[in-house]
Design a protein around this ligand. Structure first.
Ligand code: T4K
Length: 409
């Protein structure tokens, strides 16, 4: 570990970077390689590569058992899974969702010419604020999509009540929440449908992949047809459909990953605890904590920076960390409403999104997962602690880089 004791030790001020190799957020968790290669050999021998092959079917069954849900239909990625679920559930007109999410949640609606209506979030969970949802319902509203951001679950009860009261569909973007529970029940069981992402950066991955979980048989039947061009039998097409199928090689990765899921959680939990210990009592730096009474994948290490205390901003911190080869990410800045086409469509949306605007400027995500060790975490935390301890000088030096007198501190 490189101990940073003076400003000039920081890489941004020409010191040696803390890490030789870049430390990424979202490095994939890889399960047992031998088991994966065995499965790949099997599927090659079988010459069955896609189109609801045996591995896809096995993965679906295993996931449904694990979640205690009737259907957990594998798909080619989370975005297409969202698009298909939205279409199969019959959403049209306007749908209310948070702006503080990955752009795919909004795009899955707009792609089908459904208007995304951006709603603010609750500050403590970063999930959609149900009380604000109710105020945004219009005669054109057909549904609500909550996002279980960072694996923190939405206020499912309040959203369910609002959806029932106004006769709206309720779906959840559960891209971050595979393996998480809410009130003791696994995510996958709530609303009309919940959508997972199994992208390489997710806690559980199938290279690319996703799934729609639902307890609604009719909806599941529709989704199965829609993900296969609408085909019911060889020559009969019932719906407009698309190609949302998961391939066998992805399912092989998924089956292998499922066997190591407990290990992935254990590593993430260990890392989270390490961050919690080492970032404790640093003024202006708040680590998002999880409800340990629930199941959780602990996949996201989320910091909120209060510039009033740290003096330097979240953006300046990210810049300093990147110089050290710690590639912290500003998820989900600046919010969907500030990205095109939504920025042009709804130029004043931000006025109704004060928490989204506030948190978007304060939040950053740090590396974790099986690719990150506890020494690396200690090094990251040591740098952050050092920065806050010397916040005034750091701020000065960032403002006046050529002032050598500051470096002496
Ligand atoms: N809803 C929500 C709430 C989501 O967060 C997402 C996806 C979706 C829906 C849509 O699901 P998918 O259609 O993706 O299944 C990444 C992911 O691409 C995206 O899946 C994810 N959310 C989002 C939060 O993060 P980027 O633009 O940040 O990706 P990128 O290429 O910068 O990669 C992130 C980091 O991971 C980098 O530091 C490098 C590292 N990485 C990445 C890959 C792909 C690796 O180390 N190895 C790899 O193989 O979007």
């Amino acid at each position: 570990m490189i101990n940073k004791t003076q400003l000039k030790d920081l890489a941004i001020f020409n010191g040696t970077p803390a890490f030789n190799e870049k430390l990424h957020v979202g490095r994939p968790n890889i399960g047992n390689r031998d088991r994966l290669f065995e499965r790949i050999n099997d599927l090659l021998d079988r010459r069955w590569l896609t189109n609801n092959g045996p591995y896809v079917q096995e993965l679906e069954q295993r996931m449904a058992d694990m979640l205690g849900v009737k259907h957990c239909i594998p798909m080619c990625n989370g975005t297409v899974a969202l698009e298909i679920a939205i279409r199969a559930a019959g959403l049209t007109g306007e749908v209310i969702l948070p702006s503080f999410t990955f752009i795919a949640t909004a795009h899955a609606l707009q792609w089908q010419e459904i208007t995304p209506v951006f709603c603010d979030i609750e500050p403590h969970t970063c999930t959609i604020n149900p009380w604000r949802v109710e105020a945004m319902i219009t005669p054109r509203t057909t549904g609500i999509i909550g996002v279980h951001l960072w694996g923190q679950t939405c206020n499912v009860e309040a959203l369910t009540e609002i959806a029932q009261k106004h006769n709206l569909k309720l779906m959840f973007d559960a891209a971050h929440a595979f393996g998480c529970s809410h009130q003791g029940e696994m995510i996958g069981n709530f609303g009309d449908a919940e959508v997972f992402s199994f992208h390489g950066t997710k806690f559980f991955n199938t290279f690319e992949g996703g799934s729609v979980a639902t307890n609604n048989d009719e909806l599941a039947a529709k989704i199965r047809l829609m993900k296969n061009f609408g085909f019911a039998g060889f020559e009969n097409v019932n719906y407009i459909g698309t190609n949302g199928k998961m391939s066998e090689v992805s399912a092989a990765m998924g089956l292998t990953g499922l066997e190591s899921l407990d290990e992935f959680v254990a590593v993430n939990y260990r890392n989270h605890k390490q961050y919690q210990r080492e970032l404790r009592d640093i003024p202006g730096v708040k680590l998002l904590t999880y409800n340990e009474a629930e199941k959780c994948n602990y996949q996201y290490i989320v910091l909120e920076i209060d510039q009033e205390i740290t003096e330097f901003s979240r953006d300046q911190l990210v810049k300093i960390l990147w110089a050290e080869n710690i590639l912290a990410r500003r998820y989900f800045y600046p919010g969907c409403h500030r990205m095109e086409p939504y920025r042009s469509y709804f130029p004043h949306a931000g006025l109704l999104l004060p928490e989204t605007e506030r948190l978007g400027k304060r939040v950053l995500v740090l590396p974790t997962g099986t690719a990150v060790g506890i020494e690396e975490i200690s090094q990251i935390c040591q740098i952050i602690r050092f920065l806050v301890q010397h916040s005034h000088e750091v701020k000065q030096k960032l403002l006046y880089p050529s002032d050598e007198s500051v470096l002496a501190h």
